[in-house]
Design a binder for this molecule. Structure first.
Ligand code: DGJ
Length: 736
């Protein structure tokens, strides 16, 4: 690991003259003579400098550069005829909209006197450990931006965000405030990849060549959204494969409206700008006020698309998820939603809990329907008391029984919502997000509580705290079943009301963080009608996410492949549910459903009352198998041996971080023409090590007890999978 040499905070004046102090072997180097910064994170180097005009300008982003001596100083771009001024052709690190800027700005502001010209120049910088802060200031106004760079040397990630501060006495209205702009090496031939979707069809992978013009992915919905996820990867399709070639990637940590744009100029300069969505955005800074933008994480690898997902998964496990590397593994969970929907009651839940425990579940979760006057989705949200008809003795008898069965207990909540048919709404109609006097559009019969309001945020925190304090609850499934509409906030002055986009999410994070601090053992799942709120912002406070309401195993293969491009499989809750599937009527064998769900954090969501003895027995065996491999699946390296999008068969492999175990899953979706199952060439093994293979069925014939890594990777394995929805899994244990 690289070590930083400068341990104390120092500000270096832009006008300081003297010998260049080059900080060799640190994660952040600065060459003062040419005013160049060089950041090292894993395989990634990132360089920028102060140009002749005093702007901070991007120089390099890509493979590791060992010596800062090789990097030229930043040089402003040329004026191209009289139409593309130098400000436009210079790739600034954080361009203000001002001077001759036609490219995407990182920040745009209107000052109190009507001035809208903002030109940011370097003032100073500070290096503290793995963090660099560069201060920029407008050329004449008391308006500064601090650009933060946090380097994660071991994970290969650089995090960037900005803090925008009005040092004057007059107000400034921000209309755009990005987290960062990233500049790709100059040239053509790039392809961008991103994720889109809708309810029950999240995580669809999209790709397009980056040609002059722009591609924008965004959410204007107040939360992350099913429709697009704030993740991207860019590569060179002629060079980059799943396992080799250059790839640049990034991910935003924000659970509100967001935007990432990929802008390629006619002169083949591609830049990626991301942060708060500029749509309907306005943030007024009075004198002395500041705004911090979300964190934009990014990285580079020369090892292909698969390595992007592995780097992100490791980074998330170490630095984002609560508990980091020390977090305990995800338990096998049972959730009653698809079995009972809103029809939950004491006897029914206890009966399911007993069955769930008998097949090996470790956590039992009551989903929607247990509170207020909730019978269907048109009432009760906001009234977080236990429904007396369904649970006449409160939750205690169920919780006690769950505990006596050796499981812990979890419960569903949807804290940010209110049904108009609720005591809360009757008491506080003003708490709903809306514009006074205008319609309040309901979705799923519910409205949003305006969490930007302090009284609402206090209420939400206190009912959750009470619920968790009064009941032995280990886990909350935190749902969020609609997006914003009519986002009014009339409790603050008109020119402050658009701050709702920031204040709402800040308060959400604050509630989650306070709750976790007070109840350190509590775990939380982020759910939003499936995968509508999955991002590196919410994942700082939640242990797992529900990626989709689509639990059909065949669809899940594709959704999971998309999900794991951006997020660790360990955070992905995946249930085995009943067939025919409620969504598409498809019937898939139980074993196939289990082996698909085992690619994440395994859950069971079927109605166990209807499962046969044989199915319960098979479940018991498969749940036990999952427990023997979950460390590898949840924390290991994922290799996509065959992706489900392009093939009628697919296969995933996970290798534990210490290399001692590997797990292979193989699926035949549908067999055509009697074609044999493709030979699988494993990856990520030690060529000279020997592995003992354990099978769960008779789909693989072995001629010897142990096999070398070499053989497994080059000769490969041939499984005898036949017919539709055949599947298998094997485990490889490295022989010591
Ligand atoms: C949407 C979630 O995604 C489902 O799993 C379930 O919890 C329902 N909401 C309950 O209303």
């Amino acid at each position: 690991m690289r070590k930083i040499l400068l341990t104390s905070a120092i500000f270096v004046s832009a006008f300081f003259c003297g010998a260049a102090p080059v900080l060799a072997q640190s994660s952040i180097e600065y060459a003062q003579d040419k005013k160049v910064f060089l950041l090292h994170a894993g395989e990634q180097s990132y360089a920028f400098g102060v140009n002749e005009r005093g702007e901070l300008q991007s120089i390099f982003w890509g493979a590791q550069l060992k010596s800062i001596a090789d990097i030229p100083p930043a040089k402003v771009g040329p004026d191209v005829a009289s139409f593309d001024g130098s400000t436009t052709t210079t790739p600034q690190e954080y361009p203000g909209w001002g001077s001759v800027l036609y490219t995407e700005p990182a920040i745009k502001a209107t000052f109190e006197d009507g001035n809208r010209d903002l030109v940011l120049h370097y003032v100073s910088h500070k290096i503290e450990g793995d963090e660099l802060t560069v201060e920029l200031k407008d050329i004449s106004l008391p308006f500064v931006v601090q650009l933060h760079y946090r380097v994660y040397p071991e994970q290969g990630i650089i995090a960037r965000w900005s803090v925008i501060e009005n040092l004057g006495t007059k107000f400034v209205n921000l209309e755009d405030a990005a987290s960062a702009a990233w500049t790709l090496p100059h040239g053509e031939g790039y392809e961008a990849h991103w994720l889109t979707g809708h309810w029950a069809a999240e995580w669809q992978q999209q790709s397009a060549a980056l040609v002059p013009g722009s591609i924008v992915i965004e959410s204007r919905r107040g939360s992350t959204s099913h429709q697009a996820n704030p993740w991207f990867e860019i590569d060179r399709p002629h060079e980059t494969t799943e396992e080799s070639g250059p790839a640049w990637f990034g991910e935003l940590g924000w659970s509100g409206s967001w935007r990432i744009s990929f802008d390629t100029s006619a002169m083949q300069q591609t830049r990626i700008t991301g942060g708060y969505n500029t749509f309907d955005f306005a943030y007024k800074l009075s004198g002395g006020q500041s705004l911090k933008t979300p964190i934009f994480y990014a990285g580079y690898t020369s090892k292909g698309r698969g390595e992007v997902s592995r780097l992100l998964a490791h980074f998330q496990q170490a630095e984002i998820f609560p508990g980091g590397d020390k977090a305990k593994l995800r338990p096998v969970l049972y959730n009653s939603w698809e079995a009972t929907e809103f029809n939950v009651d004491e006897a029914g839940q206890i009966a399911l809990a007993e069955k769930a425990a008998s097949i090996g579940a470790e956590r039992f979760v009551i989903d929607d329907g247990w509170f207020g006057q909730r019978k269907v989705d048109n009432a009760g949200l906001g009234d977080w008391y236990v429904n007396q008809q369904k649970f006449p003795h409160g939750l205690k008898p169920v919780i006690d029984r769950v505990h006596s069965l050796g499981m812990d207990f979890g419960i569903w909540v949807e804290p940010e919502m209110v049904n108009p048919d609720s005591d809360l709404y009757r008491k506080h109609p003003e708490w709903a997000m809306n514009f006074p006097g205008r319609p309040r559009t309901e979705e799923r019969n519910q409205l949003l509580l305006n969490l930007a309001r302090k009284d609402v945020a206090d209420y939400v925190y206190s009912f959750l705290d009470k619920l968790v304090s009064e009941n032995d609850i280990a886990f909350l499934k935190w749902d969020y079943n609609r997006n914003w509409a009519e986002p009014g906030w009339d409790a603050v002055p008109v020119d402050e009301q658009k701050k709702i986009y920031v204040a709402y999410v800040d308060n959400l994070y604050d509630i989650l963080s306070r709750l976790r601090a007070k109840h350190p053992k509590l775990e939380i799942e982020s759910c939003s009608g499936g995968g509508g709120r999955v991002d590196l912002g919410i994942l700082r406070y939640t242990d797992e996410v529900w990626p989709s309401d689509n639990t059909d195993a065949l669809d899940r293969l594709v959704l999971q492949d998309g999900f794991t491009r951006a997020y660790s499989s360990g955070a992905m809750m995946a249930w085995v549910t009943d067939v025919p599937n409620f969504l598409d009527n498809r019937t898939v064998p139980l074993k196939f459903r289990y082996l698909v769900a085992m690619n994440g954090s395994l859950g069971i969501g079927g109605n166990l009352n209807h499962w046969t003895d044989a199915e319960m027995q098979e479940s018991k065996t498969l749940v036990a198998y999952y427990k023997s491999i979950r460390q590898t699946v949840q924390r290991g390296d994922l290799y996509r041996l065959m992706t489900p999008e392009e093939n009628s068969a697919s296969s995933t492999e996970y290798v534990s971080r210490d290399g001692s175990q590997a797990v292979v899953f193989a699926y035949l979706h549908s067999q055509r023409y009697g074609t044999p199952y493709p030979t699988l060439h494993l990856r990520g093994l030690q060529p000279d090590a020997r592995y003992r293979i354990k099978t769960i069925d008779d789909k693989l014939k072995l001629s010897s007890e142990t096999v070398s890594g070499d053989y497994l990777m080059h000769e490969g394995l041939t499984f005898n999978l036949t017919g539709d929805y055949d599947s298998t899994s094997i485990t490889l244990e490295r022989v010591p």
